[in-house]
Design a protein around this ligand. Structure first.
Ligand SMILES: Cc1ncc(COP(=O)(O)O)c(C=O)c1O
Length: 293
């Protein structure tokens, strides 16, 4: 140690680094002797438990926003859940696996968030992403080359760019735009896609309200028509957020929200809040992970 008050007593400079580390360890608060089991559930369990408890109907959205579905079994009972920043997790044994092994594939903090999001939207599962565009790009992976995506003609510029450049040129998808505020136009496009020799519409991407014109689409009516034609409906709910509009309740299979909007205004203190998809089982979410429908 070069200088400073600690050297006046001469104590710190004579202690070895290892000794100082051991002193720090001794000062740390000790965990309760009885180690409790983590209370996390898998996404499938979440649905089963909600059905069992019947709490989705009885708890208001306000209550659900404040009280999480899951609770991390934090030995110190912190009010805000602790954040797990580890990349890897120890396993109980060489052939015995714990719930998490590597944070890219799963992490207790992320599970907590995803379960909370699924609960808020009455969905069966949720996936957190670093951005809204990452979520949209993942949804696009559900469609196979040669199949079609139907989107509105007033949509966010980034989505427009993805549908105009990446989807057709890199993924081999057909992209068609209609006025999503007109259900008849949607129906006509679905029927045309179903005709012999045409690319069938497998995904209907509704942005409602739209960005920038804030046009409102009839999610329930479009979902019903899409279902008749075997197409999955994904709603970009970024402008309303699940607090004001819950697309899964209206019949959509996927609800997507970019968290830089209502949920987390741009540049706010919560700027690390991730975007996510919430999904209805059983059509998803396995395919989100594993490939096309
Ligand atoms: C409607 C809509 N969807 C998606 C996005 C993309 O979200 P992100 O900026 O989180 O990638 C935006 C961004 O402005 C948006 O307005």
């Amino acid at each position: 140690m070069a200088s400073g008050g600690a050297n006046v007593t001469g104590t710190r400079s004579t202690r070895s680094l290892a000794h100082r580390f051991s002193l720090c360890r001794r000062r740390a608060p000790t965990f309760p002797a009885k180690k409790k089991k983590l209370m996390f559930t898998t996404r499938g369990d979440l649905r089963a438990r909600s059905a069992q408890e019947g709490d989705k109907v009885s708890r208001s959205i306000q209550t659900r926003l404040v009280h999480m579905t899951d609770k991390l079994d934090d030995p110190f009972d912190s009010v805000a859940p602790p954040i797990y920043q580890t990349a890897t997790f120890n396993q109980p044994g060489a052939t015995d696996f714990g719930p998490y092994d590597y944070s890219r594939s799963g992490n207790p903090t992320r599970t907590l968030l995803e379960n909370q999001m699924a609960d808020i939207e009455n969905a069966d599962g949720a996936f957190a992403f670093a951005s809204g565009m990452a979520a949209i790009a993942t949804v696009m992976r559900l469609v196979k080359p040669g199949e079609s995506v139907l989107a509105g003609n007033d949509i966010y510029g980034g989505t427009q760019w993805f549908l105009g450049k990446i989807a057709p040129n890199k993924q081999g998808l057909h992209v068609r735009h209609v006025d999503m505020t007109k259900v008849d136009e949607v129906r006509a496009a679905l029927e045309e896609g179903a005709a012999e020799g045409n690319a069938p519409v497998k995904l209907v991407l509704i942005e409602s309200p739209t960005n920038p014109r804030l046009e409102v689409c009839d999610i329930a009516a479009i979902s019903a028509v899409a279902k008749e034609h075997g197409a999955v409906v994904c709603v970009d709910n970024s402008i309303m957020a699940p607090i004001f509009q819950r697309p899964i309740d209206l019949g959509a299979e996927i609800s997507m929200t970019s968290a830089t909007k209502v949920r987390r205004p741009r540049s706010s203190a919560h700027s690390n809040y991730p975007s996510r998809l919430t999904v209805r089982l059983p059509i998803l979410p396995a395919q989100v992970h594993r490939g096309p429908l």
